[in-house]
Design a protein around this ligand. Structure first.
Ligand code: GLN
Length: 193
């Protein structure tokens, strides 16, 4: 099935997401403008700096378009900063966000000593063993609302969640050669089409 995945290309590691989807023979395109977002079957919000991406979303009126995509039932996946932007609540911050997912997140939650690290994670719904997860100044989820499924934890911290057609990962699947999280998202798109 042909699907058109938009990757929000305002700031952050959107190029890595595009490459990871291309390896799966999936058309992934950078999107920057509301009308480009609305032409996609699904959207990825990459890692980067959530305050910067949020400010640019506000400036270019992307919040309305992304919310409209969500309203149509089209899947959205946020990684790291993207998870923060999807969250309804961000501990101690009033920065701009989409607020589509009923979760609370803590930014830079793993502390300075462990700015970046890798870990093996067992993810609900992914067969063939744990995923190697790259965390970079990552958030984690401190509260999940009703209807939010927890797909993985690192130690006791929630790091992947799904709520209907929304997926959020605190880490960066686009930075490894394991494409099972991308494949999981593509399956969400196929089910939504
Ligand atoms: N620490 C960043 C933020 O709060 C997220 C880091 C990332 O996306 N790798 O926006």
């Amino acid at each position: 099935m042909s699907r058109r995945v938009g990757v929000l290309a305002l700031q952050g590691d959107f190029a890595e997401h595009i490459r990871a989807f291309a390896d799966l023979d999936c058309e992934a395109v950078p999107v920057k403008r509301p009308e480009e977002v609305l032409k996609c079957d699904a959207l990825v919000i990459p890692g980067g700096e959530s305050t910067t991406i949020g400010k640019l979303c506000e400036r270019f009126h992307l919040g309305e378009a992304i919310t409209e995509l969500h309203r149509r039932g089209q899947p959205i996946w946020g990684t790291c900063a993207g998870m923060i932007l999807l969250a309804k609540e961000i501990n101690g911050s009033d920065q701009w966000r989409l607020g589509l997912m009923d979760i609370t997140v803590q930014r830079n939650a793993f502390g300075r000593q462990v700015d970046s690290f890798e870990a093996e994670l067992s993810v609900a719904g992914l067969a063939d063993g744990p995923v190697r997860a790259v965390f970079i100044r990552a958030p984690f989820v401190t509260r999940v609302g009703e209807g939010v499924e927890v797909l993985a934890r690192f130690e006791d911290k929630i790091v992947i969640v799904r709520q209907g057609n929304l997926l959020a990962t605190a880490f960066h699947p686009e930075l490894t050669s394991d494409s099972r999280v991308q494949q999981y998202f593509l399956d969400m798109i196929d089910q939504a089409l």
